[in-house]
Design a protein around this ligand. Structure first.
Ligand code: PA5
Length: 455
């Protein structure tokens, strides 16, 4: 099997010669810190050797539960937010037919909830599920996340009402902490099948735990191949691999070199709409891991060539504080040739006989040249194809790159203290018991700002 590869040639000329190599000692130190557990956040390193330590027995247990839901459900709702849903969605969407939601399939449709608090979304979801044989996976490490808990309360009741309590107990599964949280309490009380999210794996690094693997298996994808891809990438990015050959090390070094040179925004680019949610997953991974202490590259994303017709202008000629990381997929799953048209009214006969992907690849190359000419450094990740194995490699590559990059930047890549701030205010505003002091503080601040506004 090949590995995915990383090409950083098109960053030359934007940073001093040797700037990437100069990071080699820091990157090596970061790799050792991860390996020895001597860095910040070292109680959250369970993802590091997860791929190579997942047992056959564990995968079989996940697959058996997936098979039960596949047999009993037409639709499975994944209830989760952030790291508790983005990994599963990224993989499932990357592997699914683009029109899967309109097609009949042997596998249950996977849909998502618990990642917003929209009344319309939840109302429309419950309406949609009314005539469906549905199941629910309640995914929450803390077991107390409001968005997920609220959606699950509605879904649990609807599932019990619609399918009866006994079937509901078979088609509701929890993925949560071993002991703590409301999701654990509910699962134990109701006798749901449950899976544990290890203490030492944070949400955004949890795609290769049952958080991601269970929904992916229910959707009908090969979790063994996914884990194998990740395990091969784990080996390919180990500390003993030389710097130039270790693509996670090179990625971390290059993005830090660019950041130090004023490139504050990284745009993840794809030319396959199926990769949209890989970008969403990546944004969470890098945004939550690095954006702290007043530092961190801002992770953004675009889907090309679609967004060349919206964000393309900004990227070509806007403020020169960006760089792009392009995910390029070498081979398509299907073959489609542009037909010849005798009349050639659309003037497209110059493309006749070519694969559509050849046109896409020329759009990619043309864009690369234009953006580099326009002052945008480009990194390029090449995937041989979109399948479970290479997606497994990609996920682990990004996780490892993130751990290294965060340490090189000098932050704790494994915490997210800033995520709590909105929750405190929301709970205070909603009158949640225990938030009385915050509530008073908000009221006082409101009065003060009203006075300021009227003066
Ligand atoms: O990466 C993280 O830790 C977060 O994005 C969490 O995954 C997210 O907030 C959901 O938390 P929980 O799984 O506790 O419901």
């Amino acid at each position: 099997m090949n590995n995915i590869s990383l090409n950083i040639d098109k960053t030359a000329g934007f940073i001093a010669e040797g700037a990437v190599k100069a990071y080699a000692p820091q990157v090596q130190e970061a790799l050792e810190m991860l390996e020895k557990g001597t860095g910040l956040g070292n109680d959250f390193l369970g993802w590091l050797h997860l791929p190579s330590s997942i047992t056959e027995e564990h995968l079989n247990d996940i697959q058996a539960t997936a098979d039960t839901l596949r047999e009993l459900c037409d639709v499975v709702v994944v209830a989760g937010i952030g790291g508790s849903y983005l990994g599963a969605r990224a993989v499932i969407e990357a592997l699914s037919n683009n029109f899967h939601s309109y097609l009949k399939s042997d596998s249950p449709a996977i849909i998502y909830a618990g990642h917003n608090i929209s009344e319309d979304y939840l109302f429309e979801l419950t309406e949609f599920l009314k005539d469906k044989k549905f199941g629910v996976i309640n995914i929450s490490k803390s077991g107390t996340t409001t968005e997920t808990a609220l959606a699950f309360r509605l879904l649990k009741k609807q599932c019990e009402d619609q399918r009866g309590i006994d079937v509901a107990r078979k088609v509701i599964v929890a993925v949560t902490d071993a002991k703590r949280g409301a999701a654990r309490t509910t699962a134990d009380n109701e006798g749901y099948k449950s899976f544990i999210i290890p203490d030492n794996v944070g949400g955004r690094f949890s795609v290769l735990t049952p958080v991601g693997l269970l929904p992916i298996a229910i959707a009908g994808y090969d979790i063994q191949a996914l884990v194998k891809g990740a395990a091969d990438m784990e080996a390919a990015t180990a500390p003993e691999v030389p710097f130039e050959e270790n693509i996670a090390a090179l990625y971390a070094a290059t993005r830090n070199a660019l950041y130090a040179d004023g490139k504050k925004i990284e745009i993840l680019v794809n030319y396959q709409p199926k990769l949209h949610y890989v970008s969403e997953w990546w944004k969470q991974l890098y945004g939550e891991s690095e954006g702290k202490d007043g530092k961190g590259i801002f992770p953004a994303s675009v889907d090309f060539s679609t967004d060349l017709h919206s964000m393309g202008q900004w990227i070509q000629q806007g403020e020169r504080t960006i760089f792009e990381t392009v995910i390029s997929v070498e081979n398509t799953e299907h073959s489609l040739i542009v037909p010849t048209d005798e009349k050639n009214l659309d003037g497209l006969n110059f493309l006749a006989g070519k694969h559509v992907d050849e046109v896409n690849k020329m759009a990619e190359l043309g864009t690369l040249l234009a953006h580099v000419d326009g002052g945008v450094p480009n990194l390029r990740i090449v995937m041989p194809k979109l399948d479970e194995y290479y997606i497994g490699q990609l996920l682990y590559f990004f996780e490892k790159g993130c751990g290294i990059s965060g340490y090189v930047l000098g932050v704790n890549p494994f915490n997210q203290p800033g995520v709590e701030d909105y929750k405190r205010n929301m709970f205070a505003l909603l009158g949640k018991p225990g938030y009385e002091e915050e509530s008073k503080a908000i009221q006082a601040r409101d009065r003060k700002s009203t006075r300021l506004n009227s003066s």
